[in-house]
Design a protein around this ligand. Structure first.
Ligand code: ZN
Length: 563
């Protein structure tokens, strides 16, 4: 495989020289000429994109954001060229005459072109409609007895309120935005569906899934299995949780309603009553947290010191408040932007973003440029989630932080139970998102309010509020700003668990994955570099996962961790 990559790269160089010599091109030569020019142009624009985004996120200045928007438009314009798109399709009709690597590079390029082939007026209409809804979300304030509150205020109130009636009012206030947004979102779904049909897809869900290189049947099959394997564990977990919460609210467990969970969508568990993991991080400085991340990645043979030196680590005026990792050039210059504080949430985020960054850093320079990226959005997410989750792992906390080992041991069971709740609750919630959105685009005119509660009661096993006919679904902003994407977070979790199982095997470790100590396992770095990072996008993800872990993507390892 490696030889082959080098071979293609050389061919590309040769063809640049021979263009215009009047020789009759074979389809391989046509592919080489097309790809050489395409890769060079994309690389050039991406350099500007990365540079301007990095500057903008750090400065918050309008001129930097404008430079970023200009490069973004340049990239979209390149991929909207219908003549070049037709050329790719033409070459691909002779796919069997191409080297596998050229074929793969063209298939990936084709997807990038395809999503940009919509007429400008439809793109404009979609963007405008989505922006209008997003603005509604930004400006809307839920009301209780006539008084308006921000979402943050309402969420805080929900956390501390013990009276069920008051909790219901707060929860309802958090859903009010749905009523405002729903008609506009249904209208947007219509426009999105119209666009999808123009490109030959059944509907917008079908289009997005396929543009992400997913086979809808395969995704549904994985989620179907996931439902089966989480059914019992989820039911049991929820019975325990409901018991605890019912006691807190002085009600019977069967009286538990959706407003009794702190998260308005029940996408994460309420804080554990038995443990606050922050106690293990509070004795550290923010610099200690960073040093810890550096030590850990060096320990497993994925040194990240150079990345951290180029990164922007602490809070500052004007700087973006969230976190991301960015690949500046696909030549090893990756960096992260974070706002580290000594708590578990930022420890998690640091390990998560460094996971993305080492994925970028240790790519294979011999892989063609447009394939030199993570195999799929969910595979880099899975790597990041694997590392991030260590911040809540008792063995890791004991090994890497200065926490009292006996104290960690004492709380280990409670820590693991909370983690298990997180995994189960998120899995069931991701099913709600997947199945609702699929049905939504299949028929936006159906009774969506009723559909939402049917799906919520089936997958999350929540009791629908009696006689409620409200657009609670529309209160989830992801349907507007990140449509048909949620399944990738869950696939990332499944891939994480599958990789953890590979590491357990590699280390010859006996016992469950959460008892595996990463310390001094330099060979883990080799596993990631060779099996996970180096292939890039050279294979479609199902084949990649199978080659990397020895098995197709399966929910089994995720389910094993929940036993
Ligand atoms: Zn991430």
């Amino acid at each position: 495989m490696k030889f082959f990559v080098v071979c293609v790269a050389l061919l590309a160089l040769v063809t640049i020289v021979t263009v215009g010599c009047g020789e009759k091109s074979s389809w391989q030569e046509k592919a080489d000429i097309f790809l050489a020019k395409y890769q060079q142009e994309v690389a050039g624009i991406e350099l500007k994109l990365a540079d301007s985004y990095w500057k903008a996120a750090n400065s918050g200045k309008e001129e930097d954001f404008n430079a970023y928007a200009a490069s973004d438009l340049e990239m979209k314009t390149l991929h909207s060229d219908s003549a070049r798109y037709a050329e790719i399709k033409d070459i691909l009709t002779h796919g069997e005459e191409l080297s596998p690597m050229s074929l793969r590079a063209l298939v990936v390029a084709e997807l990038a072109f395809k999503e940009n082939q919509l007429p400008a007026d439809i793109l404009g209409k979609m963007a405008k409609a989505a922006a209008g809804i997003e603005q509604k979300f930004n400006n809307y304030r839920g009301k209780i007895d006539g008084k308006a509150y921000s979402d943050n205020e309402l969420s805080e109130m929900l956390k501390s309120e013990n009276n069920s009636g008051k909790r219901q009012k707060i929860w309802e206030a958090l859903k009010q935005v749905g009523r405002e947004v729903a008609p506009k979102l249904i209208e947007l779904a219509g426009i999105r569906n119209e666009a999808a049909k123009k490109l030959g897809y059944k509907n917008y869900w079908d289009m997005q899934i396929r543009l992400q290189e997913h086979d809808p049947g395969e995704i549904l099959s994985i989620f179907g299995k996931l439902e089966k394997v989480t059914d019992e564990p989820y039911k049991n977990m929820k019975t325990g949780l409901d018991g605890e919460l019912a006691e807190r609210f002085g009600i019977k467990a069967e009286e538990m309603m959706p407003w009794h969970y702190d998260n308005p969508f029940f996408q994460e568990p309420p804080p554990s009553a038995r443990v606050d993991i922050d106690e293990f991080y509070q004795g550290l400085t923010k610099e200690d947290v960073v040093e810890l991340g550096k030590t850990f990645f060096a320990d497993i043979g994925l040194p990240a010191g150079d990345l951290l030196e180029r990164s922007d680590l602490y809070e500052r005026e004007g700087k973006q408040q969230h976190a991301f990792s960015i690949d500046m050039n696909r030549k090893g210059d990756a960096r992260i932007l974070v706002n580290i504080k000594p708590n578990v949430s930022w420890m998690d985020t640091l390990l998560h973003e460094l996971g993305h960054a080492v994925y970028s850093k240790f790519n294979n320079p011999e892989v063609p440029y447009n394939l030199r990226d993570s195999a799929h959005a969910f595979t880099t997410e899975g790597v990041a989630q694997l590392f991030g989750a260590l911040s809540k792992n008792p063995v890791w906390i004991s090994t890497y932080t200065n926490a009292d080992k006996n104290r960690v041991k004492e709380l280990a069971e409670a820590i693991l139970e909370q983690r298990r709740r997180e995994q189960l609750i998120f899995a069931r919630w991701s099913m709600v998102m997947l199945y609702f959105e699929k049905a939504f685009y299949e028929d936006p005119s159906r009774d969506l309010n009723a559909l939402w509660w049917e799906i919520v009661s089936r997958y999350q096993m929540l009791t629908p509020p009696k006689d409620r006919n409200a657009a609670d679904w529309a209160a989830k902003i992801h349907f507007t700003i990140a449509p048909v994407y949620y399944h990738n977070y869950m696939l990332g979790e499944l891939f994480s668990a599958q990789m953890r199982a590979s590491l357990v095997k590699l280390a010859n470790h006996q016992g469950p994955a959460h008892t595996l100590n990463f310390k001094e396992h330099k060979e883990f770095g080799d596993f990631f570099k060779q099996k996970i990072f180096a292939p890039g996008m050279t294979k479609a993800w199902p084949e990649f996962v199978k080659d990397a872990t020895g098995e197709p993507l399966t929910p089994d390892y995720f389910a094993n961790e929940l036993k």
